[in-house]
Design a protein around this ligand. Structure first.
Ligand code: NI
Length: 139
C-alpha cells in the first residue's frame, strides 16, 4: 500500500448496521478492508464502462444439449470469435444439460457483444457474464 489517508464517512445508523452484518458474512477483518474492496470494484466497473482495450471476462452458459442445432450454433459463434476466446470448459451436467465456461480477453466492447450473443442464443437456459480487468493502477 502507498501512503494511507484516513477519512470520515457519515452514514445512517441502520445502513451501517446492515453493512456491518455484510462485513461479518463476508469475513472481512474490518470496515476499512470492506470499503477498499467496494471502491476497487467500482473502479474496475468504471474502467469497463469507459471501454478498456485489454479487458478479461468469463461467460457461463447452461443449455439443453438436446435442443436441435443449439450446440452447433454455440460452437459456430465461438469459432467466429476465436481471437477473443482464450479457453473454454465444458461440463456434461446430466444426460441433457451442458455447462460451458469461456474465458475471454480483448476490447471490453467486443467481449460484451460476444457475451450478449451467446447468452441471447435461443435455447440457452441461463447465462452470465462477468467482467474484470487486471486492475492496472488499482491497489
Ligand atoms: Ni455436454
Amino acid at each position: 500500500m502507498g501512503e494511507v489517508t484516513r477519512f470520515g464517512v457519515s452514514l445512517d445508523e441502520k445502513l451501517l448496521r446492515q453493512f456491518d452484518r455484510l462485513i461479518d458474512r463476508k469475513g472481512y477483518a474490518n470496515r476499512s478492508e470492506a470499503i477498499r474492496d467496494l471502491i476497487r470494484e467500482a473502479l474496475v466497473r468504471e474502467q469497463w464502462e469507459i471501454g478498456t482495450e485489454d479487458a478479461v471476462g468469463t461467460i457461463t452458459l447452461v443449455y439443453d444439449h438436446d435442443t436441435r442445432d443449439l450446440a452447433d450454433r454455440l460452437t459456430d459463434l465461438q469459432h467466429a470469435h476465436y481471437e477473443s476466446i482464450v479457453s473454454t470448459l465444458h461440463v456434461h451436467l446430466d444426460p441433457h444439460h451442458c455447462l460451458e465456461v469461456l474465458v475471454l480477453r480483448g476490447a471490453a466492447r467486443t467481449l460484451k457483444e460476444i457475451a450478449d450473443r451467446l447468452i441471447g442464443t435461443r435455447g440457452v437456459k441461463h447465462g452470465t457474464f462477468s467482467a474484470t480487468t487486471e486492475g492496472r493502477g488499482l491497489r
